[in-house]
Write a protein that binds this ligand. Structure first.
Ligand code: FDA
Length: 311
């Protein structure tokens, strides 16, 4: 989050939430073409094809079936089924290192923790039968308490369940001390538009919090996914973990599909563990808005694509 991004982010989010912008993005060919930069496709088969291509470069995969804030139990059930299918495909692809990542609001968290748990538990059991990891994304700050409650229960049922923690949230440095021992943590900066009383706004403050959280999690023996494209943070982690005996057995780099492909390939080529988060599915619009808001240049890319195709 550079200073300009910090200022522009609320404006970009407002534009992206406008119905005409949504129509442009979802109902025009150039709009959908821009989305394809960040989204592997609408089907599991397309996501698996991306996972296979990355696998050939020595990069592992994490499948994210897109969707959030399920409005009905039917939608939550559909998300659960999609994840069970993804776990089936992962089990069949024995040569691939792939895991899944879920959003709890996609599984019914807005209705209740119990509803969400009823949909998550079968996913955990299927993952356990296949020895696949399950990561829980962290959504906007109002969901953090419930997410950590569900995580504790999920980790007790299946130890290869982990969670994302957001460095921009002021509370995260406390939350890091209350995690289940040994639980995997994906450390991210944070992607939602949050008020300044709950989240750091300046890039510098977020980066300092990220580095401090990394130290805390390392000292507390958590396996850690460094999920950022920020070269400075990646370098700091690399130098530190290179010096640790067996450090790379519990730290890996993670990046998003379509972002900094050069850095993904470079780190994997140097022998570091790298995993790419692969979003797929029809509900890609909210995910796209977060990617556009992270970098004003993406909005430029979006409009220039529209203009070029309209000519
Ligand atoms: P920063 O925004 O400072 O960007 C560093 C550099 O990366 C930029 O200079 C640019 O080169 C490149 N870059 C970053 N974003 C880009 C984009 N959209 N388009 C093009 N280039 C871009 N968040 C969350 O709140 N909950 C979650 O569960 C997750 N999960 C998650 C998983 C994984 C694997 C990753 C990598 C990220 C997430 N995130 C997330 C998103 C995360 O919080 C954050 O918004 C993005 O990673 C962008 O921030 P960076 O850390 O890359 O730094």
């Amino acid at each position: 989050m550079g200073l300009s991004v910090g200022i522009l982010r609320p404006t970009i989010v407002r534009i992206a939430h406008h119905p005409w912008f949504r129509r442009l993005a979802t109902q025009t060919r150039p709009g959908r073409a821009v989305a394809r930069r960040f989204v592997a496709g609408e089907t599991l088969a397309e996501a698996m094809a991306v996972a296979r291509t990355l696998g050939e470069e020595g990069i592992a995969a994490m499948l994210d079936h897109l969707g959030e804030n399920a409005g009905t139990q039917l939608q939550a059930l559909a998300a659960r089924e999609a994840y069970l299918s993804a776990l089936g495909a992962i089990a069949d692809a024995t040569d691939l290192d792939a895991a899944i990542s879920v959003k709890l609001t996609q599984l019914g968290l807005d209705e209740s923790i119990e509803r969400c748990w009823g949909n998550l538990a079968p996913i955990l059991d299927a993952a356990a039968a296949r020895r696949s990891s399950v990561m829980i994304d962290m959504e906007s700050h109002g969901y953090v308490d419930d997410t950590l409650v569900v995580l504790a229960r999920a980790h007790e049922r299946y130890e290869r369940t982990g969670v994302a923690l957001q460095a921009y949230l002021r509370r995260t440095e406390q939350d890091a001390f209350g995690l289940p021992p040994g639980c995997r943590v994906r450390l991210v900066k944070g992607a939602y538009l949050e008020p300044s009383d709950v989240a750091h706004e300046r890039k510098q403050d977020v980066d300092v919090a990220f580095a401090r959280l990394f130290s805390t999690l390392l000292q507390r023996n958590h396996p850690i996914d460094i999920a950022t494209h920020d070269r400075g943070l990646i370098e700091g982690v690399r130098e530190r973990v290179d010096r640790l005996d067996g450090g790379w057995s519990r730290v890996e780099f993670q990046m998003l599909y379509g972002v900094r492909r050069d850095l993904q390939a470079q780190l994997a080529g140097q022998g570091y563990p790298v995993r790419v988060y692969i979003p797929y599915g029809t509900e890609w619009y909210p995910y796209l808005t977060r990617r556009l808001a992270e970098r004003p240049a993406n909005l430029w890319f979006f409009f220039s694509n529209l203009v070029r195709t309209a000519r």
